[in-house]
Write a protein that binds this ligand. Sequence first.
Ligand code: NDP
Length: 263
Amino acid sequence: MLLFSIFGYPVAHSISPRLHNAVMQGLNLDGCYIRTPIENPNALMQTFKTLQLSGANVTVPHKEVAFTQCDEVRGIAQKIGAINTLVREGSRVIGYNTDAEGFYEAIKSFGTLHNALILGAGGTAKAIAMILKTHGIETTILNRSRQRLAFFEAEGFTCKTPEAFEGGAYTLIINTTSAGLKDEEYPCDATLLKSLFHHAKFAFDVIYNKPTPFLCLAKECNLTCKDGKEMLLYQGVLAFNLFFSNHYDLKTIESLMRPVFEL
Ligand code: NDP
């Protein structure tokens, strides 16, 4: 039997086992996907090897550490500096980032985008910024503190902290901060956000299954909105495909994963 896992801390809330097990069942594969809480990031690769995993996903807070521990990193993950998917190839462990492509799949329905504003500058913001750059969409990063902007500045993005930000016209506004997850707070000043929404067409929040204050305000301003559900779905579809050497059709994987969100 092939064994897969999600690594993170905490992971009790993760929907990944249900997503991947649904596809393995649907395709009659002899495999199982489990949760493995890992507090100490130094234990990631040893745990992967001890459990004799064929593949794993990595979530908060280990994506950047996992990047440094892979035998090889492929694709856009090399530019992002964070991975969310590990695949065993013989005795080697290969790292990938499917969050970036997953996000891009999720926003395809928005059509042509002129530019975008990302709120937040963490690991998810890096993945989103790099995929938008790959597709030629001019992107600005707004973060509450300076420190994490260095990565984006080095990559040539326009970067701002709230004190130096005067607003502007952005087609798509993306919230990658965890503001709104636990508390009823906005990722930036509410008046500023309202004026940004006034000029925008689309709003995207990476948080899923919760009407965050960010998305509620965007809806009030008549923007087309999406939460992080489809991003999560597509990163899972792409990860599954990597686990099985791209053997299965993406649409088939998607059709087996999607119902899990509707249960
Ligand atoms: P990080 O911890 O790496 O980054 C968080 C960022 O948010 C930082 O820039 C931080 O600013 C900012 N921030 C945090 N709280 C606030 C606040 N109250 N107000 C303003 N800014 C704030 O997190 P990740 O990028 O790893 O994850 C972010 C979110 O994305 C999580 O909720 C995660 O669950 C979600 N996610 C969703 C995915 C999906 O598929 N839908 C995939 C991956 C992640 P500062 O630098 O000043 O601290």
